[in-house]
Design a protein around this ligand. Structure first.
Ligand code: NA7
Length: 545
């Protein structure tokens, strides 16, 4: 009988993941004439939008811009219905793209990559899946997403709970009907904040367990008019150009996502305002007023003034003073965590059927058969929802057994935190690329813009190697170290890395994870310029072999 090794399927490139990153990589590299295998754990395309079907799930980037630019026909034919698209619409878009470009024929669904080992002998990657398939590839592209491995904290007694338990990041495809039942929800990050108003509408009662109150901002969502869509379609060349050149890295409220057209840096100084001026600004613009101040992101005193404005606004919305007090973020700065956008979050706490449990007054002791026991009393419900986030940015990569040269494991290479060159490669792991890896703008940018930039760069790189008759490309250790230093230097002095900040950008939400600031905040345009320059200079900082 032939051995498993003999059965390895041979391709040029194996792509892990069929979310927006993997889908575009497949399209692009197939057009370059390469032979591909795409492996996807889900049963269909869409990645994060396939898994995150929780009620209220919505993108925080305008839908016109959270879309592919690679095909003008695609962007002309697709019609978004809202300013910020909800999950079902984004998933429909992903499906449309898969149909339109006949992507599924190269994707193996319901299959997880378990290992990827670099083989010195033939300078290829041997990729193994949980179905037992082995694939031998010259290149390996990890399009495994930044928020794809759910974090389910270990809370004592979970197995005792009699009702169903859901995680927002693994929501059942058929949906869940909470009508007439009591629901408990743990976590008030983006997923929790977006779910609360919708769950409150459905459930008989909703109990929200909040460990850390978040800073959130009304989404300002609305249907898109036909005129708006027509104009946007006409303006797409300019919009795309602006997205790619966007230099915004850091803005006052932390809303400085790169890769969004027309996003302007805040320029005002909150330190130069009077109390009356701040009150008037709040009166006029609500939470949005806080976005106007640039110094909030870099000056602790300015930040505290911004936080106080924020707290005032919460007090204005929430009727019950105790509940309002419970919802007020304190002890960490605005702009440290990813800002959340919401639709009616604070208003939901004015409903009779919503209870806030502020865990700062006494934490969770255990999960019981009928609910949650806390230091401040017991709470009963019929279904439990974990909105407890993800092992962000590194979780998916480290969940596979990735071994580079000399059998070095990625987990060893990243023992003290993720080290990459440009967020695209790791030294000692030749021909392995990460799309929107740690050290690139990734989660602090419009992901679609960053995905396209990475895929285009990788495709050009593979083309270059082929043209030059080269087999491998590998980040040099010194280039990697310098890049890690640069990524840290750019974030230093901002609220992202403030000592009191515990965000998933820093890995602080996962016990034992090294505290390292992972995304690159130097600006999408600047990042692109550097990547292009490095390629133009014959792939500076990489060893070509
Ligand atoms: P986040 O932003 O990581 O939020 C997770 C929430 O879960 C956060 O409020 C946590 O509180 C809370 N949490 C986690 N573990 C526990 C335990 N053990 N007890 C109580 N509360 C807990 O994840 P999301 O899914 O909401 O959002 C992730 C990103 O997805 C988001 O930024 C968007 O980009 C989309 P903590 O703050 O740690 O005290």
């Amino acid at each position: 009988m032939s051995s498993a090794v003999e059965k390895a399927r041979e391709v040029d490139v194996v792509i892990v993941g069929a979310g927006f990153g993997g889908m575009y990589a497949l399209y692009k590299l197939r057009n370059s004439g390469l032979n591909l295998a795409v492996i996807e754990a889900g049963s269909d395309v869409g990645g994060t939008w396939y898994w995150n079907r929780y009620p209220g799930a919505r993108c925080d980037v305008p839908s016109i811009e959270y879309s592919y630019s690679f095909s003008d026909e695609l962007q002309q034919e697709w019609n978004w219905t809202e300013i910020m698209a909800a999950q079902p619409e984004i998933l429909s878009y992903a499906n449309h793209v898969a149909d339109r470009f006949d992507l599924r024929k190269d994707i193996t669904f319901d299959t997880r990559v378990t290992a990827a080992h670099f083989q010195e002998a033939d300078q290829r990657w041997l990729v193994t899946t949980d179905s037992g398939e082995r694939i031998s590839a010259r290149f390996c592209i990890m399009a495994t997403g930044c928020l794809s491995v759910p974090n389910t904290p270990e809370i004592t007694g979970q197995e005792d709970f009699q009702g169903p338990i859901y995680h927002t990041g693994r929501w059942p495809a058929e949906g869940v009907d909470f009508t007439g039942i009591r629901v408990g929800l743990i976590g008030t990050g983006s997923s929790g904040v977006q779910s609360v108003p919708v769950l409150a509408e459905q459930a008989q009662h909703l109990t929200v367990f909040q460990r850390t109150p978040n800073y959130t901002m009304p989404a300002g969502n609305a249907p898109l008019s036909e005129e708006f869509i027509a104009r946007a379609k006409q303006d797409y060349p300019e919009i795309r150009q602006q997205q790619r050149a966007s230099q915004v890295g850091i803005v006052g409220y932390g809303f400085g996502f790169g890769g969004i057209a027309g996003m302007e840096e805040a320029t005002n100084s909150i330190l130069e305002t009077t109390e009356e001026q701040r009150a008037a600004a709040l009166e006029a613009k609500g939470f949005a007023a806080i976005r106007d101040y640039a110094d909030i992101q870099i000056d602790p005193q300015a930040n505290e003034l911004g936080c106080e404005m924020y707290r005032q606004q919460v007090r204005r919305i929430v009727d019950d003073p105790d509940t309002a007090e419970g919802l007020l973020p304190r002890d960490y700065p605005l702009g440290c965590k990813r800002p959340v956008i919401d639709i009616g979050y604070y208003e939901a706490f004015n409903r009779d059927n919503v209870t806030l449990v502020d865990l700062r007054k006494g934490g969770i002791e255990r999960i019981t058969a009928t609910g949650v026991a806390t230091e401040q009393g017991d709470f009963e419900f019929d279904a439990l929802v974990y909105a407890t986030g993800f092992d962000a940015m590194t979780g998916a990569l480290l969940s596979m057994d990735i071994q580079g040269r000399d059998n070095q494991r990625l987990s060893e290479h990243w023992q003290a935190g993720p080290k990459t060159y440009l967020g695209l490669q790791m030294s000692g792991f030749p021909n392995l690329f990460t799309i929107t890896g740690p050290g690139s703008p990734s989660v602090l940018s419009n992901m679609l813009v960053s995905i396209e930039q990475h895929v285009d760069w990788i495709a050009d790189c593979i083309n270059y190697l082929d043209q030059q008759g080269l087999k491998t490309i590998e980040a040099l250790p010194e280039a990697e170290s310098e890049w890690v230093e640069h990524v840290n230097a750019v974030a230093e002095g901002t609220m992202f890395t403030a000592p009191s900040c515990n965000s998933w950008y820093l890995g602080a939400n996962i016990p034992g994870k090294p505290r390292i600031f992972m995304p690159y905040v130097g600006g999408v345009g600047e990042y692109r310029r550097r990547c292009d320059e490095i390629a133009d200079n014959g792939y500076q900082g990489f060893a070509l072999g």
